[in-house]
Write a protein that binds this ligand. Structure first.
Ligand SMILES: NC(=O)C1=CN([C@@H]2O[C@H](COP(=O)(O)OP(=O)(O)OC[C@H]3O[C@@H](n4cnc5c(N)ncnc54)[C@H](OP(=O)(O)O)[C@@H]3O)[C@@H](O)[C@H]2O)C=CC1
Ligand SMILES: O=C(O)CCCC(=O)O
Length: 482
């Protein structure tokens, strides 16, 4: 399929370039296991040049006005919307999600760009009442400098959008490293930024060896901020490396989202929310429900309805219009899901529906509901990242809260209740950065996205989403007389 956003080179200093060695990495369509194309297998030297280009560009980009940056971002936003079909097809091709979801992701990318185009003009400083008659106290805001962005394969467009857009809005320049399995949606940002007219070096995108590129980004004293979305395991490694140069960091890491259904809830609404929250991107979303906790009195009814709705999901290649569940990203992900199911069955759980590879073969897996799940099972403790819904029974509100919080993660949590007092009590007790009450899908550009505990540091989106790209400077202006 010819797609003008499919680029097979790095984007460094406004030029499309190969790896120095000319080595490449194959990119595979997860629906067919066929090669889509290749990207450069870059390493330290290409990354170093990208950082130098970003640093050189920063010297002029930081002096542009907020209005100029806002206007360029608006142009970028318009281009994304004008080309959403091609961008969404590219996303589905390399990532596998249904085209409707891919289109939703591209629109979300555009929304982030527009939001930060607006926020660019509202980065206010302050004049603080001074304790000295002859001096003034000013607080000014400055871009932090060169930003490194490392992004995952599950949302290859929007995860870069919510890093790139606030960075550019604030006056920073960027070196991005997209995930190796889905690099084309990342490289497409190079094409879009070029078309929008961003000066050379302001945005740079390098593909290749995660270790080499990551080390150069983490240890470079020129890079002043690292923003990362991915696994908690790699996030911790990068945090440690960034300590060497005391960089600012933002970390959007793994989750173990509980979805609690109290017995006063509207069950049909809860099941509807459960389907969206669990199976979006075939469960490969960091805010996807990981485990269902359902109050005893309604447990059987909920499991029955959830299994019935799960059974209706149409599995298939993302480019087929009827598809609601695409393939998993690779065979490793399929094997991991199988391992979690095996573990749950060994520990006494049952399968209400699904439970095995889909008849389509390859990376396709049946959406699965596990009944009788318990806290000791791996699927309740670890991030599943796949289409499995373990359901566990609880008796009291206190038990539900305690079990929801019994994890090192703290990204998103959901609960369903019709009791307003309970809604406030439970919301306040959940140790999570994001809470959905009677809602299973809560991500939006207006809301600050981010986790507590080992789920991360910092917020993306919302009014807060630009803060981490800004340094605050205190200026004491003296000698003014009284
Ligand atoms: N919070 C979230 O949104 C996400 C959570 N995950 C969780 O993580 C699990 C594993 O997924 P995976 O893709 O391996 O996630 P990773 O955390 O390994 O990958 C995320 C990004 O980090 C890069 N990366 C990996 N290792 C390094 C390194 N040493 N230095 C610098 N960058 C590095 C990857 O590059 P490369 O692709 O080249 O390896 C990719 O760009 C999933 O099953 C899921 O549970 C995964 C993705 C997103
Ligand atoms: O999985 C992630 O890392 C981000 C999810 C974004 C969304 O909820 O749309």
């Amino acid at each position: 399929m010819a797609n003008r956003y499919l680029r097979e080179q790095n984007y460094i200093d406004g030029k499309w370039v190969d790896a120095d060695s000319r080595a490449t990495i194959d990119v595979i369509d997860p629906a067919t296991s066929v090669r889509i194309g290749t990207v450069p297998r870059s390493g330290q030297m290409e990354t170093r040049r990208a950082i130098a280009a970003a640093d050189a560009a920063f010297q002029t980009w930081r002096r542009t006005t907020a209005l100029e940056r806002s206007q360029l971002l608006r142009k970028l936003h318009d281009l994304i919307l004008q080309n959403q079909q091609a961008l969404a097809e590219l996303l589905t091709l390399e990532q596998g999600k249904p085209l409707a979801e891919a289109t939703g992701e591209i629109r979300a990318s555009a929304a982030y760009v527009l939001w930060f185009a607006e926020e660019a003009r509202r980065v206010y400083g302050e004049v603080v009442p001074s304790p000295w008659a002859d001096r003034r106290i000013l607080v000014t805001k400055e871009p932090v400098g060169v930003v490194a962005a490392i992004t995952p394969w599950n949302f290859p467009s929007s995860m870069l959008a919510r890093k790139l857009a606030p960075a550019l809005a604030a006056g920073c320049t960027v070196v991005a490293k997209p995930a190796t399995q889905t690099p084309f949606s990342g490289l497409a940002w190079g094409v879009l930024c070029e078309e929008a007219g961003f000066p050379q070096g302001v945005v740079n995108i390098v593909t290749g060896s995660a270790g080499e590129i990551g080390d150069e980004l983490c240890f470079s004293p020129i890079v002043r901020k690292l923003t990362f979305t991915g696994s908690t395991e790699i996030g911790k490694v990068l945090l440690a490396k960034c300590a060497a140069t005391v960089k600012k960091v933002s970390m959007e890491l793994g989750g173990n989202a509980p979805f609690i259904v109290f017995d006063d809830a509207d069950i049909d609404r809860a099941v509807e929310g459960a389907i969206t929250s669990k199976y979006r991107n075939s469960g490969q979303t960091c805010v996807c429900t990981n485990r269902f906790l359902v109050q005893s009195r309604i447990y059987d009814r909920f499991v029955e309805k959830l299994a019935a709705e799960t059974g209706k999901l149409r599995v298939g290649p993302g480019l087929e219009p009827r598809t609601q569940q695409g393939p998993l990203i690779d065979l490793r992900a399929v094997e991991r899901v199988e391992e979690l199911i095996r573990d749950a069955i060994d520990k006494g759980a049952g399968i209400a529906i699904g439970g095995k590879r889909h008849a389509l073969g390859g990376n396709f897996f049946e959406p699965t509901v596990i009944s009788g799940a318990g806290s000791e099972m791996l699927c309740m403790k670890e991030e599943i990242f796949g289409p499995i819904a373990p359901v566990s029974r609880f008796e009291t509100e206190e038990e539900a809260i305690a079990r929801a919080n019994e994890t090192e993660f703290g990204l998103a949590a959901y609960f369903y209740t019709a009791d307003l007092a309970r809604a406030f009590r439970v919301m306040g007790s959940l140790k999570y950065g994001m809470v959905g009450i009677n809602e299973g899908l809560i991500t939006t550009v207006e809301g600050p996205f981010g986790g507590f505990k080992e789920s991360g540091i910092g917020k993306e989106g919302g009014r807060q989403g630009i803060d981490d790209y800004i340094d605050t400077k205190y200026v004491c202006l003296g000698g003014l007389g009284s």
